[in-house]
Design a protein around this ligand. Structure first.
Ligand code: NAD
Length: 265
């Protein structure tokens, strides 16, 4: 068991990569604080962990709200006495909120919301988890970035900069928290088969849906859509002591997308 005795807090854990990470960390012995802004999906993930014999509690928190973040860390401490792993997974894309996602069309309110969840949320959760982690002797903060924070994509004028910010914030906090035994890393997935990406091929004719899927897959050197569990495997490594040498780094997990400039026909 790679996380025996450890307590992990995971934001946005009601679905997608966060859900997969919560289930995997619980399988590896962690007591898990499943957090999400969505109460029903979050409760369901915590319930599945308990049904499988693990320990989990659900705490509703919007990571862009300071009071929610403080409440999340206090609830984690109340429930399990410590925090060893802070997985800052919660994230949104402007296309979650609008069809007008081009930077020149985007509403200010949506830009602010994406950055507040994706970047400020990571900073606030790290800020308030760190003292609890330090009390217990240290730990690992694992931050969801994206290859959208490393290379340019259209329709990502808020998402891309927010994820680039996560990569840089992780470096800065790695320096500041090293004396307290807290490692901080980010990871950058490419297209992964979660509701965030599934929405792109959820409507239209079967032919249109297939065309979108082929476009998404076209940049993958490994020509298939990865499952959230495959990203969670990297998160588990970064959360566990197996990554004891790693801090301040960004780990790409993208089926080879950023290794080339090509698109398979
Ligand atoms: N799926 C991909 O292809 C992909 C690629 C690169 C990076 N990522 C990143 O991985 C992370 C997870 O992505 P996913 O694909 O599983 O997304 P998803 O949309 O499937 O799930 C996101 C979860 O976050 C929760 N959430 C949204 N706003 C929140 C808030 N304000 N506070 C707390 N929780 C909130 C949602 O309720 C949901 O449960 C995100 O940070 C995303 O940007 C995903």
């Amino acid at each position: 068991m790679r996380l025996e005795g450890k307590v992990a807090v995971i934001t946005g854990a009601g679905q997608g990569i966060g859900e997969a990470a919560a289930l995997l960390m619980a399988e590896e012995g962690a007591r898990v604080v499943v957090s999400d802004v969505n109460e029903s999906t979050g409760e369901s993930v915590a319930g599945r962990i308990r049904d499988a014999g693990g320990e989990a509690t659900f705490v509703r928190a919007d990571v862009s709200r300071l009071e929610d973040v403080k409440g999340l860390m206090a609830a984690a401490k109340d429930a399990f006495g410590r925090i060893d792993v802070m997985h800052n997974n919660a994230g949104v894309h402007e296309t979650n909120f609008t069809g007008e996602a081009q930077s020149t069309e985007l509403d200010e309110e949506i830009w602010d919301k994406v950055v507040a969840i994706n970047l400020k949320g990571v900073w606030m959760c790290s800020k308030y988890a760190a003292p609890v982690m330090a009390e217990g002797g240290g730990g690992s903060i694992v931050n969801a970035a994206s290859i959208g924070g490393m290379v340019g994509y259209p329709m990502g004028g808020a998402y891309g900069p927010s994820k680039a910010g996560v990569i840089q914030l992780s470096r800065v906090m790695a320096i500041e928290l090293a004396p307290q035994g807290i490692r901080v890393n980010s990871y950058a997935p490419g297209n992964t088969d979660t509701p965030m990406v599934q929405k792109y091929y959820a409507s239209g004719s079967p032919e249109e849906q297939d065309m979108v899927k082929q476009q998404l897959l076209g940049t993958h050197l490994i020509p298939r859509m990865p499952q959230p569990r495959e990203v969670a495997n990297l998160v588990l490594f970064l959360a566990s002591d197996e990554s004891s040498m790693c801090t301040g780094s960004n780990f790409v997990v993208d089926m080879g997308t950023t290794a080339w400039r090509g698109m398979r026909s």
